[in-house]
Design a protein around this ligand. Structure first.
Ligand SMILES: [Zn+2]
Length: 123
């Protein structure tokens, strides 16, 4: 079972495929393959008395060799290049006219603009 490029790298739309291995009846059954927008961020971990490793952020704590979908602890914000700017959007993104989005010269700036746009909607 080999990871492919789409399990490791995002395309120009900021989309890849979740690389979490799936198992069926004790046999490898491919990958999760849900849309993934990046890698699972690192978290503090601790090992309990049985030796099991737990993530303190509560995200999926299984083996993730490459990109991760939101259900497997990956980011829920997608960032892609729009012209010479970065654009950050959420999982419910449809288009730039109707969906919340953030723009910036860097990925981080686009993400914080996107979060600000979400706050404005809720506030
Ligand atoms: Zn997944």
């Amino acid at each position: 079972m080999q990871l492919t490029e789409k399990h490791i790298e995002l395309d120009e739309q900021g989309i890849g495929r979740c690389s979490v291995p799936m198992w069926c009846c004790g046999m490898p059954a491919g990958f999760c393959d849900e849309p993934a927008y990046g890698e699972r961020p690192p978290s503090k971990e601790y090992r309990d008395a049985t030796g099991r490793l737990w993530r303190l952020d509560g995200k999926y704590d299984g083996y993730v060799p490459g990109l991760a979908c939101p259900a497997h602890g990956g980011p829920s914000i997608r960032v892609f290049k729009d012209g010479d700017k970065f654009c950050a959007v959420g999982l419910d993104f449809e288009d730039l006219q109707t969906s919340k989005a953030g723009f910036g010269d860097t990925k981080d700036e686009a993400i914080s603009q996107y979060k600000a746009a979400l706050m404005a909607k809720e506030g």
